[in-house]
Design a protein around this ligand. Structure first.
Ligand SMILES: [Fe+2]
Length: 209
C-alpha cells in the first residue's frame, strides 16, 4: 500500500524559506566556469576548516570568513547529503594547483580546498579566508570562491560566488552576467559582532534544478 500524501511530505526534509510558497519556484543558481585551478592534487586534509591544516598551530594568513548557506531545490526544499566543494586563492592570490604560475609565495598553512556534506536541513558551513584578486590585464579576476555542488537528484552545479563590496566591474566573467544572475551570485559579507579578529560571515544559498 502506498503511503498517504501527508506521510510522504512528513518524510521529506522540508525547510521552507521565509515568505516562500510552493506556488512560486526559486530561480536556479547560475552555473559558471570551473576555471583552470580546481586542485590537480587534492589536499590530504579536505575538511571544512580551510585555515587550519590537520592539527597545525599556525593558521592561514588572511581575513577570516565564515561561509555558510543552504542547498535547496526549486521548490525551496532543503537537500541533505549534498556534497559542497569549494576552492579559492590564499591571501597571496595562489591556488593549490601545480600550474598556478602566480609568482608570489603560496601560504603553506592554507588548505585551498574544502568539502562538506549538507546536514538534514540542507545546511553547509566552511571557515576560510577572504580570497583576493589575481591575474593581470584582461585576465585579472576579482575575488571569488569556486563551488561545485553534487546531489543525488540533480545534475552537478559548478559556479562562483562574488563579493558585493569588491570592484567586480572589470572582471570579464562577472560583467557578462545578467543583472539577475549578478544578484544571485554576489553576496555581502557582514562583520561578526563579537569578533576581535575582524572576522566576517557571508551566506550563499544554492538552488539546484
Ligand atoms: Fe578562480
Amino acid at each position: 500500500m502506498y503511503p498517504k500524501r501527508r506521510q510522504i511530505l512528513k518524510c521529506l526534509p522540508v525547510l521552507m524559506l521565509p515568505g516562500f510558497s510552493f506556488a512560486e519556484l526559486l530561480v536556479q543558481t547560475p552555473g559558471q566556469s570551473r576555471g583552470p585551478f580546481y586542485p590537480d592534487q587534492l589536499p590530504l586534509d579536505k575538511d571544512n576548516d580551510l585555515i587550519i591544516i590537520n592539527d597545525s598551530l599556525t593558521p592561514a594568513v588572511g581575513e577570516i570568513l565564515h561561509l555558510s548557506g543552504l542547498v535547496l531545490d526549486a521548490r525551496g526544499r532543503s537537500l541533505n547529503n549534498a556534497r559542497v566543494e569549494i576552492w579559492q586563492t590564499d591571501s597571496q592570490g595562489r591556488y593549490i594547483h601545480s600550474l598556478d604560475y602566480n609568482a608570489s609565495e603560496n601560504d603553506r598553512n592554507f588548505q585551498g580546498f574544502g568539502q562538506f556534506e549538507t546536514d538534514s536541513r540542507g545546511r553547509y558551513r566552511f571557515r576560510t579566508i577572504r580570497p583576493v584578486a589575481y591575474g593581470s590585464g584582461f585576465a585579472r579576476r576579482t575575488p571569488h570562491i569556486h563551488f561545485s555542488v553534487t546531489s543525488a537528484a540533480y545534475p552537478p552545479l559548478t559556479t562562483q560566488m562574488y563579493f558585493a563590496d569588491e570592484e567586480n566591474r572589470n572582471d570579464g566573467l562577472w560583467s557578462r552576467l545578467s543583472e539577475a544572475e549578478k544578484r544571485l551570485l554576489t553576496m555581502r559579507p557582514q562583520p561578526l559582532p563579537e569578533s576581535r579578529l575582524n572576522e566576517h560571515s557571508v551566506s550563499f544559498n544554492i538552488v539546484l534544478g
